[in-house]
Design a protein around this ligand. Structure first.
Ligand SMILES: Cc1ncc(C[n+]2csc(CCOP(=O)(O)OP(=O)(O)O)c2C)c(N)n1
Ligand SMILES: [Mg+2]
Length: 616
């Protein structure tokens, strides 16, 4: 007879989660380091009661963090997971209905960025005795559907626990996907509100300490031989380093491989910082938001060595960037490795780099030295952008880059990701955290909170635009509640600088991209909005400092760093020189229009489109 313990489904789940660990390279981490949540009738008596029973203070196995918005709490979990190289994450508990659907955006962000997050939405009564309950969708075609089904396409594992007996298998399936580097993403366990509170006699083994070994698959010998052949045939290779390099902890191996074989290293948004910016082979950002150095080399390379990248359109400049290259893709996920008709090495990045390092081969020395010259020229250009006297956005970034050495910069949407990608100097892989898989406005503060929870020893600098801030600023209150210190740099340019410029370039006349009152013309071109974002930040409990020029910005940042409290540094930027695109991005333009601007834009579009090709 196995010993059993009688607990509710929610109590069993909480007890189980507290016993899950990951292990890689002999080092163990808590898989689920805590639970972020917002309670409602769909989870308060289940998960809420179970967390209360275990205590749920910060010293308990599963600390509980109260968030302000369910989307934000998933961002917090994603930020946590990314900063932890995916070895640790947070669970998110929500009520049924709106609390659950608020998590859909966060789930998509996590899945697209290949980041593990565990979502625990409440769900309708399994017994359906009281249907329709408050917030029930009521699909006339099927009583089996609830709003939680919205989470299916954005989850890598999705299950609904309709009976207590289903819980153990659901939990094991969920943990397997969270810890599988190739499959990971959002994992959803929908928990009917009655089932959460139901008691069951659980076998005690369910609550035993369990260690999930995070695999480092090694390359298949035949695939390695094919890869070696490709390397030996290449004179002008270029590495495209993606987030997978960082998650694998392969940065030192990458730096060594690049140096020994003379291969320039370009970086995606997720991969930025994989090699230090001043490494002899570093050529910086690649793609639409790339440096002139990397994008020039990309046009000339004969072999793209993609490592841990999903090749978004920003990276390939919508398939216009690489003109004469073959692809060799190292990726732990076969799905990503196979992109662009590549020769594939389906393997852990670190293991693959170690194996490739043994190939006796070097890039053409002229290619290697040209890359270094181009990179040096880009560094000089960065100095110029950083060195202005007015508070343009690049100047703000330059001052912050100086102050933030050793800290982490967090950003996601707007015009800053492009400037950061091109200009920011990262000296170690943990310093750069720009969420550009989903580029989700509102990620910044909530994600930054997760980064700080995962890396409390680091100063976390959240860069947020006024548009993004207005979408999701409320987690400042959560940071204040938790005594988790963030430095938030709030960059106000009265609207959507990024989409404003894009709108103009596609003949859409900047419609609706500036924050202005409706004016006499009937358009949104009236007076400036009297919105006081600095006062707003103060009202959420943050200290607020204002900067008006590079000197006061430097002083404000120094003060924010010295302070133990969450501080918002409010900056109004002025328009000024910023690095432009070195490569295209495909945003379709109206094929017919009464506007001359749109017709001109379409002509430019048609011409650029000619460079687009399938990579076969
Ligand atoms: C949730 C969400 N909605 C819409 C967009 C499209 N979008 C991208 S950037 C942007 C404007 C961002 O404004 P702000 O944060 O002020 O940054 P700025 O462009 O001014 O630098 C918009 C609307 C998005 N990325 N995310
Ligand atoms: Mg803005």
């Amino acid at each position: 007879m196995t010993n059993t313990t009688r607990l509710t489904v929610a109590q069993a789940l909480v007890r189980f989660l507290a016993q899950q660990w990951t292990e890689r390279d002999g080092v163990e981490h808590r898989l689920i380091a805590g639970c972020v949540g917002i309670f409602g009738h769909g989870n308060v008596a289940g998960i809420g009661q179970a967390l209360a029973e275990q205590g749920a203070g910060t010293h308990d196995p599963l600390p509980y963090y109260l968030a302000r918005n369910e989307q934000a709490m998933v961002h917090t979990a994603a930020g946590y997971a990314r900063q932890s190289d995916r070895l640790s994450t947070l669970a998110c508990t929500s009520s049924i209905g709106p609390g659950a659907t608020n998590m859909v955006t966060g789930a998509a962000l996590a899945t697209i960025n290949r980041l593990p997050v565990l979502l625990l939405p409440g769900d309708l009564f399994a017994t359906r005795v009281a249907s329709p309950v408050l917030q029930e969708l009521e699909d006339p075609r099927s009583y089996d559907v609830s709003v939680n089904d919205c989470l299916r396409p954005v989850s890598r594992f999705w299950d609904r626990v309709n009976r207590p007996e289903q819980l153990p298998a659901a939990l094991l399936g969920a943990m397997r996907v969270l810890t599988d580097p190739a499959e990971t993403g959002a994992v959803t366990l929908a928990l009917p509100q009655d089932v959460q509170a139901e008691a069951y006699d659980w076998p005690e083994e369910l609550f035993a300490r369990r260690v999930w070994h995070v695999a480092r698959p090694v390359p298949e010998p035949a695939a390695l031989a094919r890869a070696a052949e490709l390397l030996r045939g290449s004179r002008r290779p270029l590495i495209v380093a993606g987030g997978g390099v960082k998650y694998s902890g392969a940065c030192a191996e990458l730096a060594r491989f690049a140096g020994r074989h003379g291969v320039p290293v370009a970086e995606t948004q997720a991969g930025k910082g994989a090699v230090p910016y001043d490494h002899p082979c570093a050529v910086g950002a690649i793609g639409h938001t790339g440096t002139r150095a990397a994008d020039t080399l990309a046009r000339e390379t004969d072999l793209v060595i993609g490592i841990g990248t999903r090749y978004s359109d920003f990276t390939t400049a919508s398939r216009t960037l690489f003109r004469q290259a073959r692809f060799l893709n190292v990726n732990v996920a076969a799905f990503d490795a196979a992109k662009h008709a590549a020769e594939t090495l389906v393997a852990d990045a670190r293991e693959a780099l170690k194996a490739l390092d043994d190939v006796d081969w070097r890039a053409d020395p002229d290619w290697t030295s040209r890359a270094a010259e181009l990179a040096a020229a880009w560094q000089a250009e960065t100095d110029r952008f950083y060195g202005g006297t007015e508070l343009t956005q690049p100047v703000v970034l330059g001052v912050l880059n100086e102050v933030a050495a050793g800290g982490v910069v967090v950003n996601a949407a707007g015009s800053m990701p492009g400037d950061l990608h091109r200009l920011w100097r990262a000296s170690d892989p943990g310093q750069y955290h720009v969420e550009y898989g989903y580029s989700c406005m509102g990620y910044e503060i909530a994600g930054g909170l997760g980064v700080k929870l995962a890396a409390p020893e680091r100063e976390v600098f959240v860069l947020v635009g006024d548009g993004s801030y207005l979408m999701m600023a409320q987690e400042i209150a959560t940071a204040v509640q938790e005594g988790v210190k963030l430095v938030v740099v709030l960059v106000d340019n009265q609207g959507f600088a990024s989409i404003g410029a894009l709108s103009e370039s596609v003949g859409a006349l900047r419609l609706g991209t500036a924050y202005r009152k409706r004016g006499p013309s009937g358009r949104l071109d009236g007076e400036r909005l009297p919105v006081d974002l600095a006062a707003n930040a103060a009202s959420l409990g943050a200290d607020v400092l204002t900067a008006a020029d590079p000197q006061t910005l430097r002083a404000a940042l120094a003060k924010a760093v010295a302070s133990p409290r969450t501080t918002v540094v409010y900056v109004e930027t002025v328009p000024g020189p910023a690095p432009g695109a070195e490569a295209w991005w495909d945003v379709p333009v109206a094929e017919v229009s009464g506007l001359a601007e749109a017709r001109a834009a379409r002509e430019r579009y048609d011409e650029a489109k000619r460079d687009q090709r399938p990579y076969l």
